[in-house]
Design a protein around this ligand. Structure first.
Ligand SMILES: *[C@@H]1O[C@H](CO)[C@@H](O)[C@H](O)[C@H]1NC(C)=O
Ligand SMILES: *[C@@H]1O[C@H](CO)[C@@H](O)[C@H](O)[C@H]1NC(C)=O
Ligand SMILES: *[C@@H]1O[C@H](CO)[C@@H](O)[C@H](O)[C@H]1NC(C)=O
Ligand SMILES: *[C@@H]1O[C@H](CO)[C@@H](O)[C@H](O)[C@H]1NC(C)=O
Length: 404
């Protein structure tokens, strides 16, 4: 399938306006003379001269192909970055459900205390308190934020300079379905504790969803009782869900930071859920350019295949979440065997222990899947954007009921 798009074909883009108003925001790099064409996100293309006309663009856009042969693009949906980063998030200030020794603060307090801010250069910082000495047993201030917007599928691309780590620290970047946990699913994209070096991806679901072993991902399946645990059911095995540990030592902790951070990408569609991580030097060009093409990224770190877990049924209405907690269910329970000094409670007292417990974020970009109907003619591949129903993409229930 993919080879089709490397042929020197002319692509004819046929746009017919009546059903396409939402698509008029699509933009294309139409400048002549450049070799690699892609959807250009930097400018807005306002089609002039309706009625419909054909626009020739060179082929080799960042087209992706579904297993059934149909084609699609990942198009920009939301960007969280810079001064406006925090505008579209809620600050969680209840007790930590994972029993962390943390005091999650509300929005005004988070800004007042300097736990969240945007630097002059646009870098977004979110951190646990690293200024206050605490009495033994007192919880440390930190933040947990959750996107106001909910998603049902998407490509989530997080560009970081640093992710939090350090003894007693337990951060996560994840998505969570509404309602009764774990019935609308949880996808943990970045998670780890202490000075770990390997990121752990995980899924927590309602009963009935399992990882497909021996599929193509580079990570190692997390074990339970000495066996690879394939069962993602969040209600058993101490709520651990099913997980995959990345092979790269630079996917979490000191080495990730030391290399200038990098990019984590989570793709969630009807074909499954996959996570890739790239340390700075290996971030693909299409990500940097804002035209992500997962088909170029190589084997993912972790994959939840659709065969044994319908990704549109087990994962519904997800908010994106960042948090940094301390001790608790994971960092507390594993502390004694982590190689960290003393006890988790003692560790919590000294603010100097939390200088690396911070997120430093360049951007979080969410892309949505845009199906494209195409057909092959003698010398041209024709896309008819308006044959694609953009509403289908964000309504998994329709697909879930109709297809599975
Ligand atoms: C935020 O938290 C602080 C400290 O707990 C509290 O005094 C303040 O009323 C809270 N603000 C809002 C808007 O809830
Ligand atoms: C895994 O990758 C190999 C080589 O790219 C491919 O032949 C095989 O079909 C893949 N298996 C699955 C389950 O996707
Ligand atoms: C998802 O959100 C939509 C819109 O708010 C709502 O109608 C639907 O019931 C939710 N689905 C589930 C499974 O909670
Ligand atoms: C913070 O990171 C620096 C740089 O890697 C390291 O030297 C230092 O020990 C870390 N501090 C803590 C408290 O983890």
């Amino acid at each position: 399938m993919y080879s089709l798009f490397s042929l020197p074909l002319l692509v004819i883009l046929a746009i017919s306006p009546p059903s396409c108003s939402a698509l008029s925001r699509l933009s294309f790099d139409l400048r002549a003379g450049r070799s690699a064409r892609h959807v250009d996100l930097s400018t807005t293309y306002e089609p002039r001269g309706w009625p419909p006309r054909s626009i020739p663009i060179e082929k080799r856009s960042n087209l992706n192909v579904n297993p059934d042969g149909s084609t699609f693009l990942w198009l920009p949906q939301d960007e969280y970055s810079g001064k406006t980063f925090f505008d579209r998030w809620d600050f969680f200030s209840d007790a930590d459900p994972t029993k962390g020794h943390v005091n999650y603060v509300n929005r005004s307090r988070a800004f007042d205390q300097g736990l969240v801010y945007t630097q002059e250069d646009g870098t977004v910082i979110m951190k646990g308190d690293d200024t206050k000495w605490l009495e033994k047993g007192v919880y440390r201030d930190s933040v947990r934020i959750s996107s106001k917007k909910q998603y049902n599928t998407g490509l989530f691309v997080l560009d970081l300079n640093r992710a939090p780590w350090g003894c007693a620290t337990w951060p996560a970047f994840w998505t969570l379905g509404t309602g009764n946990w774990p019935f609308n699913g949880e996808i943990d994209i970045i998670e780890g504790v202490h000075d770990n070096q390997h990121n752990q991806v995980a899924w927590h679901t309602a009963p009935g969803c399992t990882l497909t072993p021996a599929t193509n991902f580079t990570g190692k399946i997390v074990q339970h009782s000495g066996q690879d645990n394939l069962d993602c059911n969040g209600l058993i095995n101490d709520n651990s869900g099913c997980g995959v540990i990345e092979w790269s030592r630079a996917s979490y902790g000191p080495y990730f930071d030391a290399q200038g951070g990098g990019v984590f990408a989570m793709k969630w569609d009807e074909n499954g859920i996959a996570v890739w991580s790239f340390y700075r030097a290996t971030v693909p060009k299409d990500i940097v350019e804002g035209t992500p093409d997962p088909s170029n990224w190589g084997v993912p770190s972790a994959v939840l295949e659709p065969d044994n877990c319908n990704p549109l049924q087990y994962f519904v209405n997800h908010s994106i979440i960042f948090d940094i907690t301390f001790c608790g269910d994971w960092a507390g329970n594993s502390y004694a065997t982590s190689g960290c000094p003393g006890t988790c409670e003692d560790r919590l007292m000294d603010p100097g222990n939390f200088v690396n417990a911070s997120w430093s974020i360049n951007s979080l970009k969410v892309y949505r899947k845009q199906p494209i109907k195409g057909r092959i003619t003698n010398s041209a591949y024709q896309f008819n954007w308006c044959d694609a129903d953009p509403t289908l993409v964000n309504r998994p229930s329709i697909r879930a009921n109709g297809k599975r």
